[in-house]
Design a binder for this molecule. Sequence first.
Ligand SMILES: *Cc1c(COP(=O)(O)O)cnc(C)c1O
Length: 362
Amino acid sequence: MNLRIPGPTPCPPEVLQAVGRQMVNHRGPAFRELIQRVTAGLKEVFRTENDVLTLTTSGTGGLEAAVANFFSPGDAVLVVVTGVFGRRWADVAAAYGLKVARLDLPVGDVPTPAQLGAALDANPDVRAVFITHNETSTGVMVDLPALAKVVKGAGKLLFVDAVSSLGCIPLETDAWGCDVVVTASQKGLMSPPGLAHVAVSPAAWEFYRQASLPRFYFDLGRHRDLLAKGETPWTPAVSALFGLDVALRQILGEGLDRVFERHRQLAELTRRELKALGFRLVARDESWASNSVTAAYVPEGVDAGALIRTVRSEFNVEIQGGQAELAGKIIRVAHMGYVSEPDMVEALGAIRAALSRVGTRT
Ligand SMILES: *Cc1c(COP(=O)(O)O)cnc(C)c1O
């Protein structure tokens, strides 16, 4: 199966082999070496000297940890909402009793620095700004360095959902001043699901010390203290870590710049071919179309569900449909993580062939 959904993404064979290894004592020397090597590799991919903590949970657990650790009830935050994942982070913050201001963008749009500045002016009490770097539901990536300047200029903490961007498109945690950055194992990091990774700046730790929201399983201070001894507070997903260890070596072996360039080229190829087939990008301007997942409206009269089913059953290619208001209107094709040109050529050929077979909507 050519798995072209935006997570979980395919794992390289060497990663799959590592995942099948026998367990180790998670309070022993073998695990200590493993978690220390993985953490060092993650820091290189995050481009940070900050703490990077590994939690056994999915990406949403990482987003929840980012909310639970740094605030007190009633604290105000500003969430930039470009789609499903921005909305999810806002929902998590609201569930924890934060006062949530939202900057809502129309589908396919990204915020300009001026829009973000105006939202901050209108909400001077917010303590932090939450931004989805790459909105997986609409296939758009924000200009994070430009937005980060606005956030830092206003003296707020910057929280970034990098779940579908880290390891796919450039992200400079330290150089751009990102305080809390969240990702997960099953997307750009081409590993099995089960791990979330959270980078925490010294300024964010300052917030942590003053925060009074309840925290336990996701208490990042506990994770930091135990990581110093090469352990995690609770039993970690050891197999996923075996896989991630190998995946990180492959990513860093290829070189981050080459990894980003490969994603850029495959995204370009995907957009070009889908447009030629009559699809229209959800991204309102191609300059901010995502390099890790392409979202596109199906051509007039084409049943998106039938297209996805035909691509799967006739061609063994798995693509994804739309979420929420985009359900039934779009397809999403991922070029994220372990992916090469032949994978995309095959997937796009399948979409082309299936398009001529599916009946039009009546
Ligand atoms: C996949 C994803 C998540 C996390 O999803 P989980 O299913 O909880 O791992 C969060 N944000 C973005 C942008 C994503 O693409």
